[in-house]
Design a protein around this ligand. Structure first.
Ligand code: HEC
Ligand code: HEC
Length: 322
C-alpha cells in the first residue's frame, strides 16, 4: 500500500564503536556503571538528548549490536527485527501500513530519544487503562492501535511476527529498568493545561507563517518531507500521513510533540503558543479518515481538541477553503 518513492531511505550510518564509546563517556559524567546493564529510571544515558545534532538522528544508546541481548537466540532475533520494523515500517510491515510513515518518524531514534515520545521503560506499565478504549490495554493492543491510526493501516494479528517483534523490541528497551515504574522521561511531550489556548483562539494562518519559517526546509511547503540524506521526515498531511483518528490529529497532543521534539536540530525554540498555532495549521489539512471514531471514548467526554471528530466539531474549524 505504501508508495515506494515516499518510503524514507535512511542510510544506516550507525557505528557500534562510536555508540559504545559515547555511552561509556556519558556514563563517566553521570557516574553510573558502564556496560553492566544495571540502570535506574532516571539514567539519561538510555536516551539520545533532544538537543542532539542531525548526525545523531540514527544513534541508538540501546543498540542490539552493542547492548545486552537475551541468551535465547530466537528472542534476540525478534528484538533485532523489531528495531528494523521501527525504522522501516512501510517496507517490512507493508501488509499493515497504509501510509509512508515509520514508527521512528514520531518515536525518534527508534523510541530512544528524549522529548520525542520515547518508548524506553514503558512496556512494563502495560496493561493499563485507556479512556479512548474504555478498558485495560496490553502493549500489543497499544501497538495495534498505532497501526490502525498513526500508520493508517490494519492491526497485525497477535501472533504475527511483526507484532511479536515490535513488542519484544519495546520490552527490551526497558531491560534493567525497574518494572512498573513510569520513567521520568515519559509523558514529557505535553502542553501543560494552563498553557493551552482555547481552540477558537488558534490561528492556522499564523501557524502557516511559523511553519514556513521553522519547518519547510526539512518538511517541504507541501508537508511531504525533504530527503536530508541521513534522514527523511514523513508526510505531515495528505493521503500518506496519519489518519484523523490518531493522537497526532488532536491539537494539544500534536502541539506537545512539536513543542519539545521539533525543529529536529533545535527542539525547544518554539513557545507553547507557537506550537499550538502550528498544530492548527498542520491539522487544517485533509488526511485519511479513521472510520470508527464514534466508538472511541465510550461513556466519557470526548477530547475538545479532536478537531476532525464530527461529534466534537461538525466540521474541522481549521480546514480552509481550497
Ligand atoms: C504520527 C506519529 C506516530 C507514529 C507514526 C507512531 N506513533 Fe506511537 N505514539 C504517538 C503518540 C502521539 C503517542 C501518545 C503519547 C501520549 O499518549 O502522550 C504514541 C504512543 C505510543 C505508545 C505508548 C507509549 C506510552 O508511553 O504509553 C507505544 C507503545 C507506541 N506509540 C508504539 C508505536 C509503534 C510500534 C509505532 C509504529 C507501528 C508507532 N507508535 C507509530 C505517535 C505516533
Ligand atoms: C532540520 C530538519 C527539520 C526541521 C527544521 C523540522 N523537522 Fe520535523 N522531522 C525531521 C525529521 C528528519 C523527522 C523524522 C525523524 C526520524 O525519522 O528520525 C521529523 C519528524 C517530524 C514529525 C513526525 C511525523 C512525520 O511526519 O515525520 C513531525 C510531526 C514533525 N517533524 C513536525 C515538524 C514541525 C512542525 C517543524 C517546525 C516547527 C519541524 N518538524 C521542523 C526534520 C525536521
Amino acid at each position: 500500500m505504501a508508495e515506494a518513492e515516499n518510503v524514507r531511505k535512511k542510510k544506516p550510518v550507525r557505528s557500534p564503536v562510536l555508540a559504545a564509546s559515547l555511552l561509556c563517556w556519558m556514563s563517566v559524567i553521570l557516574a553510573v556503571g558502564c556496560g553492566d546493564g544495571t540502570t535506574t529510571a532516571t539514567d539519561t544515558t538510555r536516551l539520545v538528548p533532544s538537543t542532539a545534532l542531525l548526525a545523531t538522528v540514527d544513534f541508538l544508546p540501546w543498540d542490539p549490536d552493542t547492548a545486552r541481548l537475551p541468551d535465547d537466540s530466537a528472542h534476540a532475533e525478534q528484538i533485532r527485527f523489531g528495531l528494523r520494523l521501527m525504522l522501516e515500517t512501510p517496507t517490512l510491515a507493508a501488509e499493515y501500513v497504509g501510509n509512508s510513515l515509520t514508527c521512528g518518524n514520531c518515536h525518534l531514534n527508534a523510541g530512544q530519544r528524549e522529548n520525542a515520545l520515547p518508548l524506553v521503560g514503558v512496556a512494563s506499565l502495560f496493561p493499563l487503562y485507556r479512556g479512548r478504549d474504555g478498558r485495560m490495554v496490553s502493549l500489543e493492543d497499544r501497538i495495534r492501535g498505532c497501526f490502525l491510526r498513526s500508520m493508517n493501516g490494519s492491526a497485525p494479528p497477535y501472533d504475527s511476527p511483526e507484532l511479536l517483534a515490535l513488542s519484544a523490541y519495546i520490552a527490551w528497551l526497558g531491560d534493567g529498568l525497574p518494572a512498573g515504574e513510569s520513567p521520568a522521561w515519559r509523558g514529557q511531550n505535553r502542553i501543560p493545561v494552563e498553557a493551552r489556548l482555547p481552540i477558537e483562539e488558534l490561528d492556522a494562518d499564523l501557524g502557516e507563517a511559523l511553519f514556513i519559517q521553522r519547518c519547510t526546509m526539512c518538511h517541504g511547503e507541501d508537508g511531504q518531507g525533504v530527503d536530508l540524506g541521513i534522514a527523511m521526515a514523513g508526510p505531515l498531511w495528505g493521503a500518506n500521513s496519519w489518519n484523523d483518528g490518531a493522537g497526532a490529529s488532536r491539537i494539544y497532543t500534536f502541539a506537545g510533540f512539536i513543542r519539545h521534539a521539533m525543529p529536529l536540530t533545535s527542539p525547544g525554540v518554539l513557545t507553547d503558543e507557537e506550537a499550538q498555532h502550528i498544530a492548527a495549521y498542520v491539522n487544517s489539512h485533509e488526511r485519511p479518515v479513521f472510520p470508527n471514531k464514534e466508538s472511541d471514548y465510550p461513556g466519557i467526554d470526548r477530547p475538545i481538541d479532536a478537531v476532525y471528530d464530527p461529534q466534537v466539531f461538525e466540521r474541522n474549524p481549521f480546514i480552509r477553503k481550497e
